[in-house]
Design a protein around this ligand. Structure first.
Ligand code: TYD
Length: 139
């Protein structure tokens, strides 16, 4: 699967740096929610997909390994402060592993939190992916 990288704007001078992301400039949706994952103790997280939600993930500190899975193929990305952000489209299974203690992930989301948008069982995710493929083939 292809991973779309999001390049934040970075500006720096003798006082320090700025990292900037703007809706419809380097983030391909209206940003309705921002949350951060922090204070990690190296327990893996994620293990879900979203039916509609789109997200951009940016590592603000430390490092982690992100697994993205379309149901047909998987990709692993090591993220740290220097790496670009990643765009995570709807219907992509994600797992985050190998967090450093100082890891901070910022997530920009296209919608407010809605538990009904989550697919939290991998088997259910695969069933929905296969249903979509079948309906596209018969359309
Ligand atoms: P979850 O999405 O399972 O965490 P992660 O994907 O990082 O492993 O979220 C953990 C809990 O927090 C879960 O009960 C849902 C809740 N939550 C909210 O209430 N609002 C939010 O915006 C998010 C992301 C999670």
């Amino acid at each position: 699967m292809e991973v779309t990288r999001i390049e934040p704007q970075r500006i720096g001078d003798s006082r320090g740096g700025l990292l900037i992301v703007e809706a419809h400039k380097n983030v391909p949706f209206d940003i309705k929610r921002v949350y951060c994952i922090h204070g990690l103790n190296n327990m893996s997280r994620g293990f879900h997909a979203h039916k509609e939600l789109k997200q951009v993930m940016i590592c603000l500190s430390g490092s982690c390994r992100v697994v993205l899975d379309s149901g047909l193929s998987r990709k692993e990305i090591i993220m740290n402060w220097k790496s670009d952000g990643i765009f995570i489209d709807k219907m992509i299974w994600r797992e985050m592993h190998d967090f450093s203690n100082d890891c901070v992930l910022m997530i920009l989301a296209s919608d407010w939190y809605r538990e009904s948008d989550y697919i939290r069982a991998y088997e259910e995710f695969i069933v929905i992916v296969n249903e979509k493929i079948t309906s596209e083939m018969t359309a």
